[in-house]
Design a protein around this ligand. Structure first.
Ligand SMILES: [Mg+2]
Length: 120
């Protein structure tokens, strides 16, 4: 079981993801709505895993990923992807993304992917 920070500009996505994580026994210790806020909350909360949406205002998920990985190379950051984001996925891998979970969320697949990241 792990502590999660959810970074997503969509309130609905955050709510759904939080429900799936909590049903699986995880704890959501914080939420943020863009890459900059995600980084700030990471520094403050030091979660085990971050879920990072890609398309967000102010600073997108790639920017948020870069900031977190530069300051905390040991961090675990999982990118939340939508259809048609192949180029962004390549960029995210280059920036150190640990895994990808696709939107719309599939609870079973998502929990399995996260278990792999946590090493559980
Ligand atoms: Mg978004």
């Amino acid at each position: 079981m792990a502590n999660f920070l959810i970074v997503d500009d969509s309130r609905t996505s955050r709510r759904i993801l939080k429900g799936i994580l909590e049903n699986a026994g995880h704890t959501v210790i914080g939420e943020a709505t863009n890459g900059q806020e995600g980084y700030d909350r990471y520094v403050e909360l030091q979660p085990d895993v971050v879920t990072m949406d890609i398309t967000m205002p102010v600073l997108d998920g790639i920017g948020g990923l870069k900031k977190i990985k530069e300051a905390y190379p040991e961090s675990k950051v999982v990118m939340v992807t939508a259809a048609g984001q192949k180029n962004k996925m390549v960029e995210a891998v280059q920036c150190g993304a640990d895994e990808f979970i696709p939107k719309p969320f599939d609870a079973e697949q998502l929990v399995a992917t996260l278990s792999k990241v946590i090493g559980a």
